[in-house]
Ligand binder design. Structure first.
Ligand SMILES: *[C@@H]1O[C@H](CO)[C@@H](O)[C@H](O)[C@H]1NC(C)=O
Ligand SMILES: *[C@@H]1O[C@H](CO)[C@@H](O)[C@H](O)[C@H]1NC(C)=O
Ligand SMILES: *[C@@H]1O[C@H](CO)[C@@H](O)[C@H](O)[C@H]1NC(C)=O
Ligand SMILES: [Fe+2]
Length: 483
């Protein structure tokens, strides 16, 4: 070897070493735990006589009105409400001109008892055959007590139709919940991905159904106008043998419906919908999910249905986070991670949203699929095919803040903060999504965590990337680009 080439060799080795050092330093320094100290309200439920829970005026007036998507692709909605004096009518009158309701649909009524609580009459009505991207007005109830609302149908499924989802978890009904909810109302989002744990009614001694009713009235000012895409948490289980209540999810299942049959699911607790540019898969953390169970079989088949050419954004919601470095609920998601994580990587899932932990956290793209009980590789490693895991369980319920994090912050954790808030996910086109997490104390102008997500199917594929090379530069400098 000549002197010159030996020198070059050394030069390259040094350069390489410097690069490795830089990269690892970058990894260390970019993790962050926010030191923000929130000045929140105490975590008590708002009294039932507060105006946010006001019962609408009039005999048997519909209350707790909420809508959700009613089919696979967004041309139907399910409209639900409660009447308290008598069953009344389950009919929805609707049309695309305000005040002119030229069409109608007939729904169904149900009621239940839970221990000593007796529910009102709960109505669910599917309105289908709607047109895309259209504003519809609807009227429910009869006579002087009837009420009118509206909703907007989503654009037709397609790779480049923009759409904004809001993300809320573990809301409850405290003053902190109200603050989160009011911030959400200003967000401009078009539909809510709800991450489980709704009313926290089960915190009351006899699992008070009245707190289910008050929660329904609280969220009506959003949920009557835009679909909330539900998933369930531990507070919906309400298994209470000491009260003679042996079934699970009883109150939730009477009150909230999902279009599960449209995705060939056998349970309303796990299902999928497609909306605009997104394929949303809702999983149930508290239903069997190990190999050969109905949820496992269903998810295996649903993932095969995903068509990233039509719906580039593959998003999964569940209650218990698979990656969480908060001391609260630490490792509770391990069992599901062991079962589903390899699929999430195989199918290049973009984002996995969870709640449960009453704080905020965002992960890097990491996986731990090499770990098994005989391998020595125990730690999550960077993985370009892995989803980003986001915990948005910070709605502000009665149980308070999960303020204690594992220290030091693990490598997989990119950002975490113990504050209440909500997120928005603005899907711009097939390659770009603007994501923000907003803590309650700030206005919408100063999102605390903001990231541009690049689509896992369209943006990270070299062949596809060549096609959109001229779009390579990012113009919006307000956003930190990490993926
Ligand atoms: C449902 O409502 C009907 C009519 O008021 C009542 O007779 C019945 O007992 C209720 N069922 C339950 C399970 O509460
Ligand atoms: C588990 O890990 C061992 C050791 O790395 C490897 O040989 C084996 O194939 C792995 N098993 C499975 C099922 O992945
Ligand atoms: C997608 O959206 C991003 C962000 O707005 C933009 O920079 C990019 O040019 C868009 N790509 C296409 C193909 O329109
Ligand atoms: Fe929970």
């Amino acid at each position: 070897m000549s002197k010159v080439s030996a020198l070059w060799n050394l030069h390259f080795q040094l350069l390489f070493l410097a690069l490795v050092l830089l990269c690892s330093l970058d990894g260390v320094f970019s993790r962050s735990t926010s030191s923000f100290v929130r000045s929140g309200f105490s975590s008590v439920d708002i009294p039932l006589d507060n105006k946010v829970f006001a019962v609408p005026k009039g005999y048997n007036a519909p209350q707790q009105v909420h809508i959700t998507q009613g089919d696979y692709d967004g041309k139907a909605v399910i409209i639900s409400w409660v009447t308290s004096e008598e069953p009344g009518s389950s009919k929805v009158f609707y049309g695309d001109i305000k005040g002119t309701y030229d069409k109608s649909a007939e729904g169904k009524t149900t009621n239940y008892t839970y221990y000593k609580y007796r529910s009102g009459y709960i109505h669910h009505c599917v309105v289908d055959g709607l047109e895309y991207e259209k504003k519809y007005y609807y009227k429910i109830g009869t006579g002087d007590s009837s009420r009118e609302f509206w909703f907007q149908t989503p654009p037709k499924i397609g790779p480049d139709v923009p759409y904004i989802f809001g993300i809320i978890g573990d809301l409850g009904q405290t003053y902190n919940s109200l603050s989160t909810f009011k911030h959400y109302l200003q967000s401009g989002a078009q539909s809510v991905l709800y991450l489980g744990d709704l009313s926290y009614a089960d915190r009351y001694e006899h699992m008070d159904g009245e707190r289910w009713d008050s929660w329904g009235r609280l969220v009506e000012r959003s949920a009557a106008y835009q679909p909330w895409i539900w998933s369930t948490g531990n507070h919906e289980i309400e298994y209470a043998p000491h009260l003679g209540e042996f079934s699970t999810f009883k109150q939730y299942l009477h009150r909230y419906t999902t279009p599960y049959m449209a995705s060939k699911s056998s349970s309303p607790l796990w299902y999928a919908i497609r909306r605009g540019p997104a394929h949303i898969i809702v999983l149930s953390s508290y239903s069997p999910f190990v190999k050969y169970t109905p949820q496992w079989l269903w998810l295996r088949d649903e993932l095969k249905q995903v068509d990233r050419e039509k719906t580039p954004w593959l998003i999964i919601t569940m209650h218990v986070p698979l990656y969480n470095s908060n001391s609260a609920h630490y490792m509770e998601g391990e069992s599901m991670r062991a079962v589903f994580e390899s699929w999430f990587v195989q199918y290049k899932v973009d984002l996995v949203f969870a709640g449960h932990v009453h704080a905020y956290e965002r992960s890097y793209r990491i996986s731990n699929i090499n770990y098994n009980i005989t391998s020595g590789s125990r730690y999550p490693v960077p993985d370009k095919s892995a989803p980003v895991y986001l915990t948005v369980g910070d709605g502000g319920n009665q149980e308070g803040m999960a303020g204690s994090y594992l220290d030091p912050q693990p490598d997989y954790s990119a950002f975490r903060e113990a504050s209440y808030g909500h997120s928005t996910l603005e899907l711009k086109n097939r390659t770009h999504a603007f994501y923000r997490w907003n803590r309650n104390d700030d206005g919408e102008q100063t999102p605390v965590d903001h990231v541009v997500f690049h689509n896992q199917y369209w943006a990270n594929n070299r062949r596809r990337r060549r096609l959109r090379k001229h779009h390579a530069s990012l113009d919006n400098m307000r956003y930190i680009q990490t993926y």
